[in-house]
Design a binder for this molecule. Structure first.
Ligand SMILES: [Zn+2]
Length: 301
């Protein structure tokens, strides 16, 4: 039997996202969902490397929790995986306005995004997660308030999705932007856009880093006038700063920070040596006698 969420890949692809359909996903589910009202956001707390190393668990579950445990998986490269078109066991006990207590699995699409849970979101996920959730909510005719974190559904029990920059306010702002038709990338999207080295494709850095580390020669070879143009300072819009000076400043700050880190590492080594010396001295101290002293006082006269 085919379950009801078969529209999801089309909605995601319409939003410009890549989708992989896991074999048999249209027929996978713990029965069908009831009316779908929103999206519940998770992280996998999975391994630190690999694109979607948790996929097998998402499909098949784990001991005491048979799969599917989500409807969609989100890989580190931003690709969405359709896992189950029927009800998945992802929400657990919890409550949210407009959803009956403990009924999350009946009414909320569960998305498991690959992450260790220590905020290791990739630039591709920072872009793809809110964009995909907006595409799902657009299909459902629901607003950004229906993008709900698992930790909001079950605050005493769950931390996910953890480490999202700006937390859920920022996530829902991005969802709202996409729903309002502002599909232009944000400044953060542009600065974080991953770019591979032209001759070393395994070396992928966000755009801002290429600029910060970019060599001066290529800057000067570019249209000099562009670099001369002033931009208002972020701190004080009355102060114009040449674009070239701004990038030089970012670059010098980076060098300065690296120097400070090196100094801190040196101090750490010195402290470790001091602690080791103290430990040796402590070990050389004589033992302090322990035990009980008994007193007996004669009160007979
Ligand atoms: Zn969760």
């Amino acid at each position: 039997m085919t379950y009801s969420l078969t529209w999801m890949p089309g909605a995601l692809r319409d939003a410009g996202l890549r989708v992989e359909e896991v074999g048999g996903w249209q027929n996978r589910g713990h029965g069908g969902m009831r009316d779908v009202r929103g999206v519940l956001l998770h992280h996998t707390a999975g391994p630190a490397s690999g694109n979607l190393p948790s996929l097998h668990t998402l499909i098949h579950g784990r001991p005491k929790l048979p799969g599917p445990v989500c409807n969609l998986g989100l890989a580190r490269d931003g690709t969405w995986y359709a896992v189950a078109a029927g009800r998945a066991w992802h929400a657990g006990n919890g409550v949210w306005p407009g959803i009956g207590r403990d009924n999350g699995n009946d009414h909320l699409i569960g998305v498991e995004a690959e992450s260790t849970g220590r905020g290791d979101w990739t630039p591709a996920q920072l872009e793809s997660y809110p964009r995909g959730v907006a595409a799902l909510l657009r299909h459902l005719g629901r607003g950004p308030g229906w993008a709900i974190a698992h930790k909001e559904w079950a605050p005493h029990r769950k931390p996910d999705p953890a480490g999202w920059p700006g937390d859920m306010d920022s996530f829902r702002d991005r969802v709202a932007d996409y729903l309002e038709g502002d599909d232009l990338p944000s400044a953060a999207d542009v600065w974080n856009h991953p770019i591979a080295h032209p001759r070393k494709p395994e070396m992928v850095l966000p755009a801002w880093q290429w600029l910060a580390y970019g060599n001066e020669a290529s800057w000067l070879a570019a249209d000099g006038a562009w670099w001369e143009r002033p931009e208002p300072s972020h701190a004080n819009p009355d102060i114009p700063v040449r674009r070239f000076d701004f990038l030089r400043f970012v670059d010098s700050r980076t060098v300065h920070m690296e120097q400070q880190l090196a100094e801190m590492a040196q101090r750490q080594q010195e402290m470790a040596a001091t602690l080791a010396a103290l430990a040796r001295r402590t070990a050389a101290l004589p033992d302090i006698p322990t035990g009980t002293v008994s007193l007996s006082i004669d009160t007979s006269n």
